[in-house]
Design a protein around this ligand. Sequence first.
Ligand code: PLP
Length: 466
Amino acid sequence: IFTKNNISSDLERAWQNDKDHVIHPYANYERFHEDGSVVYTKGDRHFIYDDKDRKYLDGIAGLWCVNIGHGNVEMAAHIGEQAKNLAYFNTFEDATSPSAANLAAKLASLCPGSLNHVFFGTGGSMANDSAIKIVHYYFNMLGMPKKKKILSRNLGYHGSTYLAHALTGISSTHIGFDLPKDMITYLSAPYPYRRPDEMTIQEFCDSLIEEMEHKILELGPETIACFIAEPIMGAGGVIVPPDGYLIKAYELCKKYNILVIADEVVTAFGRLGHLVASKEKFDVQPDIIVLAKGLSSGYIPLGATVISETIHKVISRPKPENPYFSHGFTYSGHALACATGLKNIEIMEREDFCGHVRTVGPYFKKQLKTLEDLPVVGEVRGSHFMLALEYVKDKRTKESFPAEINIGKRIYHSAKKRGLIIRPIGPINVLSPPLTYDKDAIDETVDIMKKSILETMNDLSKEGHL
Ligand code: PLP
Protein backbone atom coordinates (compact mmCIF):
# COMPACT_ATOMS: atom_id res chain seq x y z
CA ILE A 1 0.00 0.00 0.00
CA PHE A 2 1.39 3.39 -1.00
CA THR A 3 1.34 6.17 1.59
CA LYS A 4 2.31 9.80 1.05
CA ASN A 5 5.72 9.08 2.57
CA ASN A 6 6.71 6.05 0.58
CA ILE A 7 4.94 6.64 -2.70
CA SER A 8 7.88 7.92 -4.65
CA SER A 9 10.30 5.28 -3.41
CA ASP A 10 7.85 2.41 -4.05
CA LEU A 11 7.19 3.65 -7.55
CA GLU A 12 10.88 4.15 -8.15
CA ARG A 13 11.40 0.54 -7.09
CA ALA A 14 8.72 -0.54 -9.56
CA TRP A 15 10.49 1.42 -12.32
CA GLN A 16 13.79 -0.29 -11.46
CA ASN A 17 12.21 -3.76 -11.19
CA ASP A 18 10.63 -3.25 -14.58
CA LYS A 19 13.94 -2.22 -16.12
CA ASP A 20 15.70 -5.20 -14.57
CA HIS A 21 13.11 -7.91 -15.18
CA VAL A 22 10.29 -7.16 -17.63
CA ILE A 23 10.54 -8.00 -21.32
CA HIS A 24 8.14 -5.56 -22.95
CA PRO A 25 6.08 -6.30 -26.05
CA TYR A 26 7.83 -4.51 -28.90
CA ALA A 27 10.57 -3.30 -26.53
CA ASN A 28 12.80 -0.72 -28.18
CA TYR A 29 16.24 -1.79 -26.97
CA GLU A 30 17.88 1.28 -28.45
CA ARG A 31 16.47 3.25 -25.55
CA PHE A 32 15.03 0.82 -22.97
CA HIS A 33 18.30 -0.07 -21.21
CA GLU A 34 18.87 3.64 -20.59
CA ASP A 35 15.39 5.09 -20.01
CA GLY A 36 13.26 2.20 -18.77
CA SER A 37 9.48 2.70 -18.86
CA VAL A 38 6.94 5.24 -17.70
CA VAL A 39 5.01 3.79 -14.75
CA TYR A 40 1.27 4.48 -15.09
CA THR A 41 -0.64 4.12 -11.87
CA LYS A 42 -4.29 4.95 -12.32
CA GLY A 43 -7.00 5.77 -14.81
CA ASP A 44 -10.32 7.58 -14.82
CA ARG A 45 -12.59 7.49 -17.93
CA HIS A 46 -10.34 8.84 -20.72
CA PHE A 47 -7.61 10.07 -18.41
CA ILE A 48 -4.52 8.22 -17.23
CA TYR A 49 -1.99 9.22 -14.55
CA ASP A 50 1.73 8.49 -14.28
CA ASP A 51 3.92 7.94 -11.22
CA LYS A 52 4.41 11.71 -10.80
CA ASP A 53 0.62 12.06 -10.77
CA ARG A 54 0.73 13.80 -14.15
CA LYS A 55 -2.61 13.56 -15.91
CA TYR A 56 -2.91 12.66 -19.60
CA LEU A 57 -5.73 12.30 -22.07
CA ASP A 58 -5.56 8.64 -23.09
CA GLY A 59 -5.85 9.08 -26.84
CA ILE A 60 -5.34 5.35 -27.47
CA ALA A 61 -7.63 3.62 -24.92
CA GLY A 62 -4.66 1.75 -23.47
CA LEU A 63 -4.11 -0.02 -26.80
CA TRP A 64 -7.39 0.34 -28.71
CA CYS A 65 -9.16 -1.54 -25.94
CA VAL A 66 -10.40 0.34 -22.84
CA ASN A 67 -13.61 1.21 -24.66
CA ILE A 68 -15.87 1.91 -21.65
CA GLY A 69 -13.07 4.02 -20.13
CA HIS A 70 -10.77 3.53 -17.16
CA GLY A 71 -11.88 3.08 -13.55
CA ASN A 72 -15.49 2.10 -14.20
CA VAL A 73 -16.78 1.42 -10.68
CA GLU A 74 -19.73 -0.70 -11.80
CA MET A 75 -17.34 -2.96 -13.70
CA ALA A 76 -14.90 -3.08 -10.76
CA ALA A 77 -17.68 -4.09 -8.36
CA HIS A 78 -18.96 -6.75 -10.75
CA ILE A 79 -15.49 -8.22 -11.17
CA GLY A 80 -15.09 -8.33 -7.38
CA GLU A 81 -18.45 -10.09 -6.93
CA GLN A 82 -17.76 -12.63 -9.66
CA ALA A 83 -14.28 -13.33 -8.23
CA LYS A 84 -15.86 -14.03 -4.85
CA ASN A 85 -18.42 -16.41 -6.37
CA LEU A 86 -16.27 -18.21 -8.91
CA ALA A 87 -13.23 -16.79 -10.66
CA TYR A 88 -12.40 -19.93 -12.56
CA PHE A 89 -13.24 -23.52 -13.28
CA ASN A 90 -12.25 -25.23 -16.52
CA THR A 91 -14.70 -25.55 -19.40
CA PHE A 92 -13.11 -28.65 -20.91
CA GLU A 93 -15.48 -31.25 -22.32
CA ASP A 94 -18.49 -31.11 -20.00
CA ALA A 95 -18.19 -28.11 -17.65
CA THR A 96 -19.30 -24.51 -18.03
CA SER A 97 -20.26 -21.41 -16.07
CA PRO A 98 -23.28 -19.11 -16.43
CA SER A 99 -21.06 -16.28 -17.67
CA ALA A 100 -19.36 -18.36 -20.42
CA ALA A 101 -22.71 -19.73 -21.56
CA ASN A 102 -24.50 -16.39 -21.50
CA LEU A 103 -21.69 -14.43 -23.13
CA ALA A 104 -21.56 -16.98 -25.96
CA ALA A 105 -25.32 -16.55 -26.47
CA LYS A 106 -24.96 -12.76 -26.39
CA LEU A 107 -22.16 -12.79 -28.98
CA ALA A 108 -24.22 -15.12 -31.18
CA SER A 109 -27.02 -12.56 -31.05
CA LEU A 110 -24.67 -9.68 -31.91
CA CYS A 111 -22.80 -11.36 -34.76
CA PRO A 112 -24.51 -11.36 -38.16
CA GLY A 113 -26.02 -14.31 -40.03
CA SER A 114 -25.57 -17.76 -38.57
CA LEU A 115 -22.44 -16.98 -36.54
CA ASN A 116 -23.81 -18.74 -33.49
CA HIS A 117 -20.93 -20.67 -31.94
CA VAL A 118 -18.13 -19.21 -29.87
CA PHE A 119 -14.70 -20.47 -28.91
CA PHE A 120 -13.13 -18.40 -26.11
CA GLY A 121 -9.49 -17.52 -25.50
CA THR A 122 -7.60 -14.73 -23.83
CA GLY A 123 -6.80 -12.31 -26.64
CA GLY A 124 -6.73 -11.52 -30.34
CA SER A 125 -3.70 -13.59 -31.35
CA MET A 126 -5.08 -16.69 -29.72
CA ALA A 127 -8.49 -16.08 -31.30
CA ASN A 128 -6.89 -15.78 -34.76
CA ASP A 129 -4.81 -18.93 -34.19
CA SER A 130 -8.00 -20.72 -33.18
CA ALA A 131 -9.78 -19.47 -36.31
CA ILE A 132 -7.08 -20.89 -38.59
CA LYS A 133 -6.93 -24.19 -36.72
CA ILE A 134 -10.72 -24.49 -36.97
CA VAL A 135 -10.70 -23.71 -40.71
CA HIS A 136 -8.04 -26.34 -41.38
CA TYR A 137 -9.86 -28.88 -39.23
CA TYR A 138 -13.11 -28.08 -41.08
CA PHE A 139 -11.63 -28.75 -44.53
CA ASN A 140 -9.92 -31.91 -43.26
CA MET A 141 -13.26 -33.15 -41.92
CA LEU A 142 -14.82 -32.39 -45.31
CA GLY A 143 -12.18 -34.53 -47.02
CA MET A 144 -10.47 -31.50 -48.59
CA PRO A 145 -7.04 -31.69 -46.91
CA LYS A 146 -5.38 -29.71 -49.71
CA LYS A 147 -7.29 -26.57 -48.68
CA LYS A 148 -4.71 -25.08 -46.30
CA LYS A 149 -3.35 -21.82 -47.76
CA ILE A 150 -4.23 -18.48 -46.25
CA LEU A 151 -4.64 -15.13 -47.98
CA SER A 152 -3.58 -12.23 -45.79
CA ARG A 153 -2.48 -8.70 -46.68
CA ASN A 154 0.57 -6.49 -46.41
CA LEU A 155 0.20 -4.20 -43.39
CA GLY A 156 -2.52 -6.37 -41.86
CA TYR A 157 -2.02 -6.95 -38.12
CA HIS A 158 -3.29 -10.16 -36.57
CA GLY A 159 -1.17 -10.64 -33.47
CA SER A 160 2.05 -12.02 -32.16
CA THR A 161 1.83 -15.76 -31.46
CA TYR A 162 3.78 -17.83 -33.99
CA LEU A 163 0.91 -18.16 -36.43
CA ALA A 164 -0.78 -14.79 -35.78
CA HIS A 165 2.56 -13.08 -36.31
CA ALA A 166 2.96 -14.91 -39.59
CA LEU A 167 -0.53 -13.75 -40.62
CA THR A 168 0.60 -10.20 -39.85
CA GLY A 169 1.81 -8.54 -43.05
CA ILE A 170 4.11 -5.96 -41.46
CA SER A 171 7.35 -7.39 -42.80
CA SER A 172 9.71 -5.31 -40.62
CA THR A 173 8.32 -7.14 -37.57
CA HIS A 174 9.24 -10.54 -39.08
CA ILE A 175 12.97 -9.85 -39.01
CA GLY A 176 14.86 -12.36 -36.87
CA PHE A 177 11.90 -14.67 -36.28
CA ASP A 178 11.37 -17.93 -38.17
CA LEU A 179 7.65 -17.59 -38.70
CA PRO A 180 5.55 -20.31 -40.38
CA LYS A 181 4.91 -18.25 -43.51
CA ASP A 182 4.87 -21.06 -46.09
CA MET A 183 1.10 -21.36 -46.10
CA ILE A 184 0.50 -17.60 -46.25
CA THR A 185 0.23 -15.31 -49.28
CA TYR A 186 0.23 -11.57 -48.67
CA LEU A 187 -1.93 -9.48 -51.00
CA SER A 188 -1.37 -5.74 -51.49
CA ALA A 189 -2.67 -3.42 -48.81
CA PRO A 190 -5.82 -1.51 -49.83
CA TYR A 191 -4.06 1.77 -49.04
CA PRO A 192 -5.67 4.53 -51.12
CA TYR A 193 -3.24 7.27 -50.03
CA ARG A 194 -0.28 5.20 -51.26
CA ARG A 195 -1.88 4.01 -54.53
CA PRO A 196 0.03 4.44 -57.80
CA ASP A 197 -0.11 8.10 -58.90
CA GLU A 198 -1.83 7.45 -62.18
CA MET A 199 -4.77 5.53 -60.72
CA THR A 200 -8.12 6.82 -59.50
CA ILE A 201 -9.39 5.24 -56.30
CA GLN A 202 -11.87 3.20 -58.32
CA GLU A 203 -9.12 1.92 -60.62
CA PHE A 204 -6.99 1.13 -57.58
CA CYS A 205 -9.85 -0.84 -56.04
CA ASP A 206 -10.34 -2.78 -59.29
CA SER A 207 -6.62 -3.52 -59.47
CA LEU A 208 -6.63 -4.96 -55.92
CA ILE A 209 -9.51 -7.26 -56.77
CA GLU A 210 -7.83 -8.29 -60.02
CA GLU A 211 -4.65 -9.05 -58.11
CA MET A 212 -6.61 -11.14 -55.61
CA GLU A 213 -8.34 -13.19 -58.29
CA HIS A 214 -5.08 -13.64 -60.16
CA LYS A 215 -3.40 -14.93 -56.96
CA ILE A 216 -6.31 -17.29 -56.22
CA LEU A 217 -6.06 -18.79 -59.71
CA GLU A 218 -2.27 -18.98 -59.57
CA LEU A 219 -2.29 -20.81 -56.20
CA GLY A 220 -5.31 -22.90 -57.17
CA PRO A 221 -8.59 -22.30 -55.31
CA GLU A 222 -8.57 -25.95 -54.24
CA THR A 223 -5.49 -25.19 -52.09
CA ILE A 224 -6.81 -22.03 -50.40
CA ALA A 225 -8.64 -22.31 -47.09
CA CYS A 226 -9.35 -18.73 -46.07
CA PHE A 227 -8.87 -15.01 -46.39
CA ILE A 228 -8.25 -13.03 -43.19
CA ALA A 229 -8.82 -9.28 -43.08
CA GLU A 230 -9.46 -6.43 -40.69
CA PRO A 231 -12.34 -4.32 -42.10
CA ILE A 232 -10.15 -1.25 -41.42
CA MET A 233 -6.49 -2.04 -40.81
CA GLY A 234 -5.43 -0.84 -37.40
CA ALA A 235 -1.80 -1.27 -36.41
CA GLY A 236 -0.78 -1.09 -40.09
CA GLY A 237 -1.73 2.61 -39.93
CA VAL A 238 -5.55 2.91 -39.83
CA ILE A 239 -5.98 2.05 -43.50
CA VAL A 240 -9.54 2.42 -44.77
CA PRO A 241 -10.05 0.38 -47.95
CA PRO A 242 -11.69 1.96 -51.01
CA ASP A 243 -15.50 1.76 -51.14
CA GLY A 244 -16.59 -1.59 -52.51
CA TYR A 245 -13.27 -3.34 -51.87
CA LEU A 246 -14.47 -5.54 -49.01
CA ILE A 247 -17.71 -6.51 -50.73
CA LYS A 248 -15.83 -7.51 -53.90
CA ALA A 249 -13.12 -9.40 -51.98
CA TYR A 250 -15.81 -11.33 -50.09
CA GLU A 251 -17.58 -12.11 -53.39
CA LEU A 252 -14.37 -13.57 -54.80
CA CYS A 253 -14.01 -15.75 -51.71
CA LYS A 254 -17.54 -17.04 -52.11
CA LYS A 255 -16.93 -17.75 -55.79
CA TYR A 256 -13.86 -19.89 -55.00
CA ASN A 257 -15.08 -21.57 -51.78
CA ILE A 258 -12.63 -19.64 -49.58
CA LEU A 259 -13.79 -18.89 -46.02
CA VAL A 260 -13.54 -15.32 -44.75
CA ILE A 261 -12.26 -14.45 -41.29
CA ALA A 262 -13.06 -10.88 -40.24
CA ASP A 263 -10.53 -9.78 -37.64
CA GLU A 264 -12.69 -7.34 -35.68
CA VAL A 265 -10.36 -7.17 -32.68
CA VAL A 266 -10.22 -3.37 -33.04
CA THR A 267 -13.29 -2.50 -35.13
CA ALA A 268 -15.91 -4.13 -32.86
CA PHE A 269 -17.38 -2.94 -29.56
CA GLY A 270 -18.16 0.60 -30.48
CA ARG A 271 -14.97 1.97 -32.02
CA LEU A 272 -16.81 2.48 -35.32
CA GLY A 273 -20.22 3.05 -33.73
CA HIS A 274 -21.39 -0.60 -33.85
CA LEU A 275 -20.95 -3.52 -31.48
CA VAL A 276 -19.93 -5.66 -34.46
CA ALA A 277 -19.09 -3.76 -37.65
CA SER A 278 -18.88 -6.31 -40.50
CA LYS A 279 -22.52 -6.38 -41.51
CA GLU A 280 -23.84 -3.14 -40.02
CA LYS A 281 -21.08 -0.87 -41.29
CA PHE A 282 -19.44 -2.74 -44.18
CA ASP A 283 -22.35 -4.86 -45.42
CA VAL A 284 -20.33 -8.08 -45.50
CA GLN A 285 -21.04 -11.49 -44.01
CA PRO A 286 -17.91 -13.29 -42.77
CA ASP A 287 -17.75 -17.02 -41.96
CA ILE A 288 -15.80 -16.28 -38.78
CA ILE A 289 -15.49 -13.11 -36.69
CA VAL A 290 -12.59 -12.66 -34.30
CA LEU A 291 -13.13 -10.47 -31.23
CA ALA A 292 -10.91 -9.34 -28.33
CA LYS A 293 -9.81 -5.98 -26.84
CA GLY A 294 -13.09 -3.98 -26.53
CA LEU A 295 -14.94 -7.26 -25.82
CA SER A 296 -13.91 -6.85 -22.17
CA SER A 297 -12.69 -3.23 -22.50
CA GLY A 298 -9.34 -4.60 -21.35
CA TYR A 299 -10.50 -5.12 -17.76
CA ILE A 300 -9.65 -8.83 -17.99
CA PRO A 301 -7.96 -10.51 -20.99
CA LEU A 302 -10.57 -12.10 -23.28
CA GLY A 303 -10.86 -13.12 -26.91
CA ALA A 304 -13.47 -14.98 -28.95
CA THR A 305 -13.66 -16.80 -32.28
CA VAL A 306 -17.26 -16.81 -33.51
CA ILE A 307 -18.01 -19.35 -36.24
CA SER A 308 -20.90 -20.06 -38.58
CA GLU A 309 -23.50 -22.79 -38.22
CA THR A 310 -22.07 -24.43 -41.37
CA ILE A 311 -18.56 -24.69 -39.96
CA HIS A 312 -19.84 -25.74 -36.55
CA LYS A 313 -21.97 -28.54 -37.97
CA VAL A 314 -18.87 -30.07 -39.56
CA ILE A 315 -16.36 -29.63 -36.72
CA SER A 316 -18.80 -30.89 -34.11
CA ARG A 317 -19.21 -34.26 -35.81
CA PRO A 318 -17.43 -36.95 -33.79
CA LYS A 319 -14.70 -38.61 -35.85
CA PRO A 320 -14.28 -42.39 -35.61
CA GLU A 321 -10.59 -42.15 -34.65
CA ASN A 322 -11.09 -39.48 -31.95
CA PRO A 323 -14.43 -38.19 -30.64
CA TYR A 324 -12.83 -35.02 -29.27
CA PHE A 325 -12.37 -31.59 -30.84
CA SER A 326 -8.83 -31.48 -29.47
CA HIS A 327 -8.34 -27.74 -29.19
CA GLY A 328 -8.58 -25.64 -26.04
CA PHE A 329 -6.86 -23.61 -23.39
CA THR A 330 -6.95 -23.58 -19.61
CA TYR A 331 -8.57 -20.17 -19.75
CA SER A 332 -11.10 -20.84 -22.54
CA GLY A 333 -14.42 -19.66 -21.17
CA HIS A 334 -12.80 -18.20 -18.02
CA ALA A 335 -15.74 -17.39 -15.72
CA LEU A 336 -14.43 -14.04 -14.49
CA ALA A 337 -13.32 -12.93 -17.96
CA CYS A 338 -16.69 -13.86 -19.50
CA ALA A 339 -18.57 -12.09 -16.69
CA THR A 340 -16.47 -9.04 -17.51
CA GLY A 341 -17.40 -9.32 -21.19
CA LEU A 342 -21.10 -9.58 -20.35
CA LYS A 343 -21.01 -6.59 -18.01
CA ASN A 344 -19.02 -4.62 -20.58
CA ILE A 345 -21.67 -5.19 -23.25
CA GLU A 346 -24.44 -4.40 -20.75
CA ILE A 347 -22.79 -1.05 -19.92
CA MET A 348 -22.17 -0.25 -23.57
CA GLU A 349 -25.76 -0.97 -24.54
CA ARG A 350 -27.34 0.77 -21.55
CA GLU A 351 -25.23 3.89 -21.94
CA ASP A 352 -25.49 3.82 -25.74
CA PHE A 353 -21.77 4.16 -26.37
CA CYS A 354 -22.33 3.25 -30.03
CA GLY A 355 -24.83 6.11 -30.43
CA HIS A 356 -22.34 8.49 -28.80
CA VAL A 357 -19.55 7.37 -31.17
CA ARG A 358 -21.84 7.72 -34.19
CA THR A 359 -22.73 11.26 -33.11
CA VAL A 360 -19.34 12.52 -31.97
CA GLY A 361 -17.10 10.49 -34.31
CA PRO A 362 -17.76 12.65 -37.41
CA TYR A 363 -16.99 15.80 -35.35
CA PHE A 364 -13.71 14.22 -34.20
CA LYS A 365 -12.67 13.46 -37.77
CA LYS A 366 -13.78 16.88 -39.07
CA GLN A 367 -11.77 18.70 -36.40
CA LEU A 368 -8.71 16.50 -36.90
CA LYS A 369 -9.01 17.01 -40.69
CA THR A 370 -8.35 20.75 -40.14
CA LEU A 371 -4.75 19.72 -39.42
CA GLU A 372 -4.39 18.77 -43.09
CA ASP A 373 -3.74 22.53 -43.57
CA LEU A 374 -0.32 22.00 -41.95
CA PRO A 375 2.47 21.39 -44.51
CA VAL A 376 3.61 18.02 -43.07
CA VAL A 377 0.18 16.44 -42.59
CA GLY A 378 -0.28 14.36 -45.72
CA GLU A 379 -3.54 12.76 -44.70
CA VAL A 380 -5.95 12.52 -41.78
CA ARG A 381 -7.96 9.33 -42.20
CA GLY A 382 -10.06 6.75 -40.44
CA SER A 383 -13.55 6.52 -39.12
CA HIS A 384 -15.20 7.53 -35.84
CA PHE A 385 -12.90 6.61 -32.92
CA MET A 386 -10.27 4.97 -35.13
CA LEU A 387 -8.26 7.79 -36.69
CA ALA A 388 -4.72 8.51 -37.85
CA LEU A 389 -2.49 11.24 -39.26
CA GLU A 390 0.22 10.43 -41.80
CA TYR A 391 3.11 12.87 -42.09
CA VAL A 392 5.06 13.59 -45.28
CA LYS A 393 8.03 15.76 -46.20
CA ASP A 394 6.36 16.90 -49.42
CA LYS A 395 2.61 16.92 -49.69
CA ARG A 396 2.54 17.11 -53.47
CA THR A 397 4.80 14.12 -54.10
CA LYS A 398 3.87 12.38 -50.79
CA GLU A 399 7.61 11.90 -50.20
CA SER A 400 8.16 10.46 -46.72
CA PHE A 401 10.61 11.74 -44.14
CA PRO A 402 13.69 9.53 -43.72
CA ALA A 403 12.84 6.81 -41.17
CA GLU A 404 15.56 7.97 -38.77
CA ILE A 405 13.78 11.31 -38.32
CA ASN A 406 11.11 9.32 -36.50
CA ILE A 407 8.51 12.00 -36.99
CA GLY A 408 5.63 10.06 -35.44
CA LYS A 409 7.69 9.44 -32.31
CA ARG A 410 8.74 13.11 -32.07
CA ILE A 411 5.16 14.30 -32.27
CA TYR A 412 4.20 11.65 -29.71
CA HIS A 413 6.78 13.07 -27.25
CA SER A 414 5.67 16.62 -27.92
CA ALA A 415 1.99 15.69 -27.33
CA LYS A 416 2.84 13.73 -24.19
CA LYS A 417 4.57 16.76 -22.73
CA ARG A 418 1.28 18.61 -23.26
CA GLY A 419 -0.85 15.92 -21.62
CA LEU A 420 -1.99 13.71 -24.50
CA ILE A 421 -0.97 10.13 -25.29
CA ILE A 422 -1.12 9.07 -28.94
CA ARG A 423 0.40 6.08 -30.70
CA PRO A 424 3.36 6.49 -33.02
CA ILE A 425 3.72 3.98 -35.88
CA GLY A 426 6.58 5.16 -38.12
CA PRO A 427 5.40 8.33 -39.88
CA ILE A 428 1.85 7.86 -38.54
CA ASN A 429 0.12 8.81 -35.29
CA VAL A 430 -2.97 6.88 -34.25
CA LEU A 431 -5.87 8.18 -32.18
CA SER A 432 -8.21 5.50 -30.79
CA PRO A 433 -9.50 6.83 -27.46
CA PRO A 434 -11.97 5.36 -24.97
CA LEU A 435 -15.55 5.80 -26.12
CA THR A 436 -16.13 8.19 -23.20
CA TYR A 437 -14.25 10.87 -25.20
CA ASP A 438 -16.48 13.94 -25.44
CA LYS A 439 -16.29 17.20 -27.41
CA ASP A 440 -14.06 18.82 -24.79
CA ALA A 441 -11.58 15.97 -24.97
CA ILE A 442 -11.70 16.08 -28.78
CA ASP A 443 -11.08 19.85 -28.89
CA GLU A 444 -8.18 19.54 -26.47
CA THR A 445 -6.75 16.63 -28.45
CA VAL A 446 -6.87 18.53 -31.74
CA ASP A 447 -5.36 21.63 -30.09
CA ILE A 448 -2.49 19.61 -28.59
CA MET A 449 -1.90 17.80 -31.88
CA LYS A 450 -1.65 21.13 -33.70
CA LYS A 451 0.84 22.57 -31.21
CA SER A 452 2.88 19.36 -31.19
CA ILE A 453 3.07 19.18 -34.99
CA LEU A 454 4.05 22.87 -35.19
CA GLU A 455 6.74 22.42 -32.53
CA THR A 456 8.13 19.37 -34.34
CA MET A 457 8.10 21.23 -37.68
CA ASN A 458 10.03 24.03 -36.05
CA ASP A 459 12.64 21.59 -34.71
CA LEU A 460 12.92 19.81 -38.06
CA SER A 461 13.40 23.10 -39.81
CA LYS A 462 16.19 24.12 -37.39
CA GLU A 463 17.86 20.77 -38.08
CA GLY A 464 17.63 21.41 -41.84
CA HIS A 465 15.09 18.64 -42.56
CA LEU A 466 12.38 21.02 -43.74
N1 PLP B 1 -5.93 -8.47 -34.45
C1 PLP B 1 -5.90 -7.14 -34.50
C2 PLP B 1 -6.66 -6.43 -35.57
C3 PLP B 1 -5.19 -6.41 -33.53
O1 PLP B 1 -5.13 -5.08 -33.60
C4 PLP B 1 -4.51 -7.13 -32.52
C5 PLP B 1 -3.76 -6.40 -31.50
O2 PLP B 1 -3.47 -5.23 -31.59
C6 PLP B 1 -4.56 -8.51 -32.53
C7 PLP B 1 -5.29 -9.17 -33.50
C8 PLP B 1 -3.83 -9.31 -31.51
O3 PLP B 1 -4.47 -9.24 -30.29
P1 PLP B 1 -3.69 -9.58 -28.93
O4 PLP B 1 -2.59 -8.58 -28.82
O5 PLP B 1 -4.78 -9.46 -27.90
O6 PLP B 1 -3.19 -10.96 -29.04
